[in-house]
Design a protein around this ligand. Structure first.
Ligand SMILES: NC(=O)c1ccc[n+]([C@@H]2O[C@H](COP(=O)([O-])OP(=O)(O)OC[C@H]3O[C@@H](n4cnc5c(N)ncnc54)[C@H](O)[C@@H]3O)[C@@H](O)[C@H]2O)c1
Length: 361
C-alpha cells in the first residue's frame, strides 16, 4: 500500500500551478508539464513528476530564464541553429522539433540544433512529434557529466540520451528512447538507499575500476556506458555518448563534455546542446510504413526464449505502461514522491495538493 493513484489532469494542473507559482510563464509551465506527464505515462518515472522540484528550483533561483523565447540564429532550407535563450528545455525542444518538421515537409529533412538550452526530460517526447506527421523523428541532448569513458577514471560524458522514432501502420511505431549509460543514476541511488549492491557493469569507483558498491559509484566514481566494461563492449556505449556530443554540444557551440556544470550544481547556466531531426519517408522508397509494420511484426512474432515473455520491439514496454495507466484510470506514484511534491507545493502556496487518498493495493 505504498502507491497512490493520481488522475492525469490532476498531475498536469499541479505541475503547471507549481511552475507558475515559482515564476514560470504559463505557456512554459504547460510545455514542461506535458513532457513530465508523458514521461510518467510511458513508465519513465525518473523523468516525470519526480523531477519537478529540480525545475522549480531552476526557475526560482533565476538560473533558468523566466522570460524570452528561443530564437533562430542561422538557417537554411533544411537546417537551423537555435539559441534557446536559457528558457526551460521543453520550450526549446518544442520550438526546434516544430521547426525540423516544417523543414522536412518542405524539403524532406529538417536538422535543427540548439544551444543555450536546459534539461528537457524524455528525449522521446520530441522525436515522437514527427510520428504525428508520418515522419521519422530523432532527438539527442547532452547532460552533466556522470559517465566514465572506457579506460578512464573521470566522468566526461552525460547520460546523453538518444531517441529514434519511426511510424508504422495504424498508429504503431518503433521508438528507441534510451540513455547511453548502462543505467540511470537514480537506479544506483535507489540501491544505495536500500543497502543493496549493484550488478556488475553499472558503475565504477574513483580509480575507474568496475564496482558493485553503489557508495563508491556515487562518491567520486561514475556510471559506465552501455555495455559496461571494455571486455563486454562498453566502448560502444562510450562512442554513442560521444556521438551525442558531436550532434549537440559540438555542432551547436554550447557547453559540452566536462565543461558542462556538475549534475544538480546550479551555480551557472546549463547552456546544454540539443539536436532535433525530422525525415520525411515520402522522399525515399514508397511503402515505408508497410515495411515498418512488417519489421515490427516479424520481431514481435518471434518465438520467445522463455515461454510467457514475448519478444518486444523498442517502444513496446512504454506502450504496455500507457495501457496499464488507462486501465487504472490514472498514474500510480510512490506515496513518498507525492508527499515530497506536496511539501514543495506548500512552500509555493499552491492548492490543491496532489490527492493521497487513492491508495493502490
Ligand atoms: N534529459 C536527459 O538528460 C535524459 C538523460 C538520460 C535519459 N533520459 C530519458 O530517460 C528515459 C529512460 O531511459 P533508459 O535508458 O533508462 O530507458 P530504458 O532502458 O527503460 O529503455 C530503453 C529503450 O529500450 C526499449 N526496451 C526496453 N526493454 C525492451 C525489450 N525487452 N525489448 C525491446 N526493447 C526494449 C524501450 O522501449 C526504450 O526504447 C528515456 O526516455 C530517456 O530519454 C533523459
Amino acid at each position: 500500500m505504498n502507491r497512490c493513484l493520481v488522475l492525469q489532469p490532476e498531475v498536469q494542473s499541479f505541475i503547471e500551478k507549481c511552475m507558475v507559482a515559482a515564476g514560470a510563464k504559463p505557456s512554459h509551465a504547460k510545455s514542461l508539464a506535458d513532457v513530465l506527464v508523458e514521461g510518467d505515462c510511458r513508465g519513465h518515472y525518473s523523468h516525470g513528476l519526480n523531477r519537478m522540484d529540480m525545475y522549480v528550483k531552476d526557475i526560482q533561483t533565476g538560473i533558468c530564464s523566466k522570460d524570452g523565447e528561443p530564437v533562430i540564429e542561422k538557417e537554411s532550407v533544411a537546417t537551423a541553429l537555435v539559441n534557446g535563450e536559457n528558457v526551460l528545455g521543453p520550450v526549446v525542444g518544442n520550438f526546434c522539433m516544430d521547426l525540423a518538421i516544417k523543414k522536412a515537409k518542405d524539403v524532406g529533412i529538417g536538422w535543427v540544433v540548439a544551444k543555450g538550452s536546459n534539461h528537457y526530460g524524455i528525449a522521446g517526447y520530441y522525436a515522437m512529434q514527427a510520428l504525428k506527421q508520418d515522419m521519422i523523428g530523432m532527438s539527442y541532448t547532452n547532460t552533466s557529466p556522470l559517465v566514465v569513458p572506457t579506460r578512464a577514471r573521470d566522468c566526461t560524458l552525460g547520460t546523453n540520451p538518444i531517441c529514434v522514432a519511426a511510424p508504422a501502420n495504424d498508429g504503431d511505431s518503433f521508438v528507441l528512447d534510451m540513455a547511453t549509460s548502462a543505467v540511470a543514476l537514480g537506479k544506483v541511488e535507489l540501491h544505495h538507499r536500500s543497502g543493496d549492491t549493484i550488478p556488475e557493469g553499472w558503475g565504477c569507483d574513483s580509480h575507474g575500476k568496475p564496482s558493485t558498491d553503489p557508495g563508491k559509484v556515487l562518491s567520486g566514481g561514475g556510471l559506465l556506458p552501455i555495455g559496461g566494461c571494455e571486455a563486454t563492449g562498453g566502448y560502444k556505449g562510450y562512442g554513442l555518448g560521444m556521438m551525442v556530443e558531436v550532434f549537440c554540444g559540438i555542432l551547436a557551440g554550447s557547453q559540452y563534455s566536462k565543461h558542462i556544470r556538475t549534475w544538480k550544481v546550479t551555480d551557472r547556466v546549463a547552456n546544454l546542446g540539443q539536436c532535433f531531426v525530422a525525415i520525411n519517408p515520402e522522399n525515399f522508397a514508397p511503402g515505408f510504413k508497410d515495411r515498418m509494420s512488417d519489421l515490427l511484426t516479424l520481431h514481435r512474432d518471434l518465438e520467445p526464449a522463455e515461454p510467457g515473455t514475448p519478444v518486444l520491439v523498442p517502444g513496446d514496454p512504454e506502450r504496455i505502461n500507457i495501457k496499464r495507466c488507462k486501465e487504472l484510470g490514472g498514474l500510480s506514484y510512490h506515496i513518498n514522491v507525492i508527499n515530497h511534491m506536496n511539501k514543495v507545493a506548500k512552500t509555493l502556496g499552491v492548492t490543491p495538493e496532489l490527492p493521497v487518498d487513492r491508495l493502490l493495493a
